[in-house]
Design a binder for this molecule. Structure first.
Ligand code: ADP
Length: 497
């Protein structure tokens, strides 16, 4: 084996498709990225064009592989990580989608979920899937496509159509239509999969009216899934790893033991805490999810999602024009002695875990005449830390109390926020040297599948700290701030879950 052995990670995200080639020790050898178009047909609806997803993925594979090979790297395997829950239905014979992808943020099936809840099905759904009953997950989206596209339901029953989340669609296409798999982490986000038995669930399929004939086979997160078809970029490369983006990030952050957790701060923020072989059932509306499945063993995680994190800063920049770029928020927040009693609840799209309040809308409270742009900016940053606190508190109440808060994603570059976060969650915050944790995580899985790493433990020492932030705030001040946040939150909530 040459010393310059590398692995290709394909990261199909909500806003862009990326391909990153990693050396076996985690160095980035090549990177390519293409933005993808967000389609908003109606308020609350979000779609992607599957052909644009496909074209962008082919383009980035071609570009990143080309650059890596030019530098003499021997790329031996590929992995796929993806925006989760986003649902695609395609024709098995042609590989063509019958409708745009319905993106995870899409709320069009809220009424379907409300009706199922009113009929008393939430408890059963949640017991089996680990999820809450919400349009966020794939099941109701698939059913919507089958209802709305003329003739689709009949074709689905007849076995002519395939459903998959984005990794499944990409694997099908990249393999030249040879395989229709979904990995266990992505399957665990559909609301059709029993995470305890590790199989699709007939009662859930009936409840959401999804014919079993459309489903992919569920595979582990590492294995020899397929070879890239001869006429495609990366032809002949074995695809040996797949995982949903947040699970991949948890692997990239080396959260391998129970109690280890990470939070990825992008558009939203996603906190995952490893719970080992135990699927902890949350009593506080956190999600129980498959962290990975390897060698026949499933590991689980508790997950909390914050819907608006980086997007709040984007809004300060693009909506209000208070900052000219996201990084400027740091100096503005730091320049103030305190928050001046100003709190922002960024419930632009409702509130995620642990509130799951779809009707809540945002607010800025506590304004006085002395407030300026810096106060509002700081309130937007502080809100991220408060929401993390609420998730950590819910986790602690479920018996999971991480001792280290590992961070990654765009916002983790904001040192002021990371210190404030450590102060508010009262746990040290650590940022790794490898910040491309999602892509690196799936590269690790692909490396395991291709036999270049023997297990996850093999890569644990590749996690190295870049910066650490230790809690330093006086307890009285922390309590006052949290009290201010709670009061602001109460003003916007529409439910009392
Ligand atoms: P995604 O993959 O979801 O697009 P990224 O991980 O690239 O997100 O993170 C980008 C987000 O982080 C943007 O929403 C941006 O507003 C925010 N962001 C980036 N840098 C900073 C910073 N220094 N301070 C605050 N927010 C930041």
């Amino acid at each position: 084996m040459s010393e310059k052995t590398a692995i290709l990670a394909i990261d199909q995200g909500t806003t862009s498709s990326r391909a990153i080639v990693f050396s076996l020790t985690g160095e980035i050898v090549a990177l390519a990225q293409r933005e993808i178009t967000q389609i908003y047909p109606k308020p609350g609806w979000v779609e992607h064009d599957p052909e644009e997803i496909w074209d962008s993925v082919c383009a980035v594979i071609s570009e990143a592989l080309g650059a890596a090979r030019e530098d003499g790297w021997n790329v031996v395997a590929a992995g796929i990580t993806n925006q989760r829950e986003t649902s695609i239905v395609w024709e098995r014979s042609s590989g063509l989608a019958i409708h745009n992808a319905i993106v995870w943020q899409d709320r069009r099936t809220a009424n379907v979920c409300a009706a199922l809840a009113a009929d008393g099905h939430e408890e059963m759904i949640s017991a089996r899937t680990g999820l809450v009953l919400d349009p966020y997950f794939s099941a109701s989206k698939v059913s919507w496509i089958l209802d709305e596209v003329p003739g689709a339901r009949g074709q689905a029953e007849a076995g002519e159509l395939a459903f998959g989340t984005v990794e499944s669609f990409l694997l099908f296409r990249l393999s030249g239509g040879a395989v229709h798999y979904s990995d266990a982490t992505n399957a665990s986000r559909t609301s059709l999969f029993d995470i305890h038995r590790g199989s699709w669930d007939e009662e859930l399929l009936a409840l959401f009216r999804v014919p079993a004939a459309v489903l992919p086979s569920v595979c582990p997160n590492a294995g020899k899934f397929a070879l890239i078809a001869p006429d495609l970029p990366g032809a002949g490369l074995p695809i040996t790893g797949m995982a949903g983006d947040q699970q991949a990030a948890a692997i990239g952050q080396a959260c391998f033991a129970p109690g280890q957790m990470k939070c990825t701060f992008g558009t939203g923020a996603f906190l995952l805490a490893n719970t080992g072989n135990k699927a902890v059932r949350s009593q506080h509306r956190l999600l129980t999810t498959i962290a990975w499945q390897l060698e026949g063993v499933r590991s689980f995680a508790l997950e909390g999602s914050i819907l608006s994190a980086g997007s709040t800063i984007q809004w300060l920049r693009d909506g209000l024009g208070l900052v000219s770029d996201a990084a400027e928020s740091e100096a503005m927040a730091k320049g103030l002695e305190d928050n001046g009693g100003v709190y922002m609840v960024p419930a632009f799209a409702g509130l995620g875990a642990p509130w799951w309040d779809a009707e809540a809308r945002g607010a800025i409270v506590g304004l006085t005449r002395g407030c300026g742009a810096a106060h509002i900016t700081r309130a937007g940053l502080e809100a991220v830390a408060y929401q993390c606190h609420d998730l950590m508190r819910a986790m602690a109440a479920d018996g999971v109390a991480p001792k280290l808060f590992k961070v990654d994603g765009g916002m983790s570059g904001n040192a002021w926020l990371m210190q404030f976060l450590a102060d508010i969650v009262a746990v040290p915050v650590a940022r790794p040297q490898i910040t491309e944790t999602t892509a690196f995580g799936v590269a690790v899985l692909a490396g395991i599948g291709a036999g270049h790493y023997s297990s996850l433990a093999d890569v644990a020492e590749l996690w190295r700290e870049d910066a650490k932030f230790s809690p330093a705030m006086a307890e009285g001040l922390r309590e006052d701030l949290l009290e201010g946040w709670r009061e602001a939150l109460e003003r916007v909530r529409s439910n009392t879950n």
